[in-house]
Design a protein around this ligand. Structure first.
Ligand SMILES: Nc1ncnc2c1ncn2[C@@H]1O[C@H](COP(=O)(O)OP(=O)(O)OP(=O)(O)O)[C@@H](O)[C@H]1O
Ligand SMILES: [Mg+2]
Length: 249
């Protein structure tokens, strides 16, 4: 396997607070890479540095061999890197199908308003694929705002995948979910990586989920990378237990 994402020495400060300090890691193509750590460890900030929401003060982010450091999220998307937001990113007042159509058009139309019919047809086809793949066909005409929480999170992932990115970034995809919805999301994420070959980077609080799902785990603590490795090795690491599991359990 080769690295699709290489983060090298990224740092950012908020005033005097070193939120992320010289963090480096790689994510392999087709693999599930997770970032864990206690509250305030710098996980979301690291995620934002990777996705382009925040520009690092030092360090580089390379995606697919290309320097994408600090590119805005729409340029990241053009490069093939898509993110699903911790805060919901749906148009609640629009039907499910329309949410997907807007996202699919971004891909198919080069963002223009004047759209040749063939491209519009391609976007429509992508929407139908996504409705089927994410088991949202029955809900296609419902307003996104009326979906259950679990369905909304599923729709968000579908929206993030509408443009066929090569890598998906997820910040706490199971936050606020019921146990059943969390398990469904786990199955979905695994399928996206194993069957569709999607590379996935996820920030997650649910340690059991991360240990089950991930190929590689990066542990953040106080803005720094504390450890990384295979799930079992990370779980057995004494420093990780002290910093993370010690607090969490
Ligand atoms: N925009 C900001 N301005 C100032 N401080 C910030 C900003 N964003 C994050 N911080 C601070 O940076 C540190 C890291 O925050 P971050 O949100 O990255 O942690 P996290 O690991 O995602 O935490 P959580 O588990 O609570 O989601 C925290 O001390 C936080 O208060
Ligand atoms: Mg966070």
């Amino acid at each position: 396997m080769s690295a699709i994402l290489s983060v090298d020495g990224v740092s950012v400060q908020f005033g005097a607070l070193k939120a992320v300090q010289e963090v480096s890691f790689q994510a392999m193509a087709g693999a599930i890479t997770a970032v864990i750590g206690p509250n305030g460890a710098g996980k979301s900030t690291l995620f934002n540095l990777v996705s382009g929401a925040i520009r690092p003060s030092a360090g580089t982010v390379r995606f697919d061999g290309r320097d994408v450091t600090g590119l805005p999220p729409d340029r990241m998307l053009d490069a093939g890197l898509s993110r699903s937001f911790q805060i919901t990113n749906l148009f609640f007042e629009l039907p499910v199908r329309e949410n997907l159509r807007l996202a699919a058009q971004y891909l198919e139309q080069g963002h223009g308003l004047l759209r040749p019919l063939s491209r519009s047809a391609r976007a429509a086809q992508r929407v139908e694929e996504l409705l089927a793949q994410f088991e949202l066909a029955r809900k296609a005409d419902e307003l996104a705002g009326f979906l259950s929480h679990g369905e909304q999170r599923r729709l968000e992932i579908a929206v993030a995948l509408a443009s066929r990115p090569r890598m998906l970034l997820l910040d706490e995809p199971t936050q606020g979910m019921s146990h059943a919805d969390t398990r469904d999301t786990e199955v979905l994420i695994r399928r996206l990586a194993r069957e569709d070959g999607l590379s996935i980077l996820l920030v997650e609080h649910d340690v059991d989920l991360v240990m089950d799902l991930s190929d590689h785990v990066v542990v953040m603590h106080q803005g720094q990378k504390l450890a990384e490795g295979a799930p079992a090795a990370v779980r057995a690491n004494a420093a990780v237990q002290a910093a993370y599991f010690g607090e969490a359990h």
